[in-house]
Structure formats: structure tokens, C-alpha cells
Design a protein around this ligand. Structure first.
Ligand SMILES: [Fe+2]
Length: 145
């Protein structure tokens, strides 16, 4: 798969994780409501900005960025969420999605390096570092004392 296609998939996966995180920000309930409402807020905001960053990498290659729910659904490997899971399940689902997004970013990163597109590779490396941080935080919520 070529670099542009891999960037589109990474953008769609990031959008899908963004949307699910915003969904959870709206619908989380329970004793930890305030903490998770705020945590999901920070996470979806970071992902929202990342969708734009990746879209502009695609435009800089003179290709068009996907921008519809239909195209995002076609391109994304992140499962859509129609239910309202428990808080713990929300965290587990986002942790699984985080791995999917990171893997798609890494695929695009390898293609960027192979194509000698160092600017794109650097931007994708920054995205991968952000998802490593998201993974750390999400995993930390699941630890029992
Ligand atoms: Fe809000």
C-alpha cells in the first residue's frame, strides 16, 4: 500500500478514536464521572488536532484528505461504538483503539522512511509518541491497588 493510502487510514483511525472518546466524554457515568469526563476531554482534544495534522500531510502530497463519515468508516479499522459501556470498558476499548491507531501510524511511518519523506516521518513519529503516552495513561487506569 502506498504512503498516501496509509496516511488516509491513519487519519480515519485517528478520527474514529477521536469520535469514540468524545462519545465517552458525553456519556460516562458513575462515581468517577468528573475525573473521566475531564480525562476524555483532554484525550479527544489531542486526537481532534491530530486528525487535522494528518489531513494536512495528505494535502501537502497533493492528494485529497478523506472527510466524510462514509469514507472514514471505509478506511478505519476502529470499531464503531453504539452502546454506552461501563467506565472500565470505555478505558479498555480506547486502549485497544489506541493500539490500532498506533499500528496504522507506524505503517505510514515505515512507508515515509522508505520514500525518503523525512518531514512526514517526523510528524508521524510525534503522533506515535503521543499514542504511547495515551497508552500509558489508559493502562494506568486499569491497575488495581
Ligand atoms: Fe464537553
Amino acid at each position: 500500500m502506498d504512503l498516501i493510502e496509509l496516511l488516509k487510514r491513519a487519519q480515519a483511525n485517528t478520527f474514529a478514536m477521536y469520535l469514540k472518546t468524545h462519545n465517552f466524554h458525553w456519556n460516562v457515568e458513575g462515581m468517577l464521572f468528573a475525573q473521566f469526563h475531564e480525562f476524555f476531554n483532554d484525550l479527544y482534544t489531542e486526537l481532534w488536532e491530530a486528525v487535522d495534522t494528518i489531513a494536512e500531510l495528505i494535502r501537502a502530497q497533493d492528494a485529497y484528505a478523506p472527510g466524510s463519515l462514509g469514507r472514514f468508516a471505509e478506511l478505519s479499522s476502529v470499531q464503531d461504538e453504539n452502546a454506552v459501556p461501563s467506565t472500565r470498558d470505555m478505558v479498555m476499548k480506547l486502549l485497544a483503539d489506541n493500539d490500532i491507531v498506533r499500528a496504522s501510524l507506524y505503517d505510514a511511518f515505515k512507508a515515509a522512511n522508505a520514500a525518503n519523506e523525512q518531514g512526514i516521518a517526523n510528524a508521524l513519529q510525534d503522533r506515535i509518541t503521543s499514542h504511547d503516552k495515551h497508552g500509558w495513561m489508559l493502562r494506568s487506569f486499569l491497575k488495581q491497588i
